[in-house]
Design a protein around this ligand. Structure first.
Ligand SMILES: [Cu+2]
Length: 189
């Protein structure tokens, strides 16, 4: 039996934003008007609230490259360069090893697509405290490969994702004021 053309393929589900829009449009072509409205509303809400739609998620347990990065009260990551090969999966555990309260010195780690302007990205998230200081602008959200939430002292979180193609993937802490010094790069060959 031929499967309907509006079924999501895995590449649709994890694709970039423009691909998802295309996919949504394809789905809506088959639905009644009310449903179309609802779908469009849901899409808009997802974008407006900055829900993170990771490029391609991976299982941290089986990741090809596993790295632990700490963030401290001096606004520093202890690792600023990671290397990997195209097609590999990477697991990054961010540990906040500081003692200052989360409100004053929280940290996250946001991996971005190659070529992203991290200053523009981080500034775009400054006002979004409720959303972990991530931008809400759709074009900036589309640059996110993976991200942790904002971590307080002694907290940690692991993210895992696949780097499909070669390039320099920047990572940055978007806690207000940190992006200038709290950043690094994943060099994918
Ligand atoms: Cu930080």
């Amino acid at each position: 039996m031929r499967s309907p053309d509006y079924l999501l393929t895995s590449s649709d589900a994890f694709g970039s934003l423009p691909e998802r829009f295309t996919c949504a449009q394809r789905i809506t072509a088959h639905l009644p008007a009310d449903m179309k409205k609802l779908l469009l509303t849901l899409t808009a809400v997802a974008l407006a609230t900055g829900i993170t739609l990771a490029a391609e998620k991976a299982d941290p347990a089986t990741a090809d490259v596993k790295v632990t990065i700490s963030g401290n009260d001096l606004m520093k990551y202890d690792k600023t360069e990671i290397t990997a090969k195209a097609g590999q999966t990477i697991a990054i555990t961010l540990k906040n090893i500081g003692a200052l309260p989360k409100e004053a010195m929280g940290h996250n780690l946001v991996v971005l697509k190659p070529g992203t302007d991290i200053t523009k990205f981080a500034i775009g998230g400054i006002a979004n405290k409720a959303g972990g200081f991530l931008p809400t602008d759709a074009a900036l959200v589309a640059q996110i490969v993976a991200n942790t939430k904002i971590l307080g002292p002694k907290e940690e979180e692991t993210i895992a994702f696949k780097v499909g193609s070669a390039g320099d993937y920047p990572y940055v802490c978007t806690f207000p004021g940190h992006f200038g010094v709290m950043k690094g790069v994943i060099k994918v060959k």
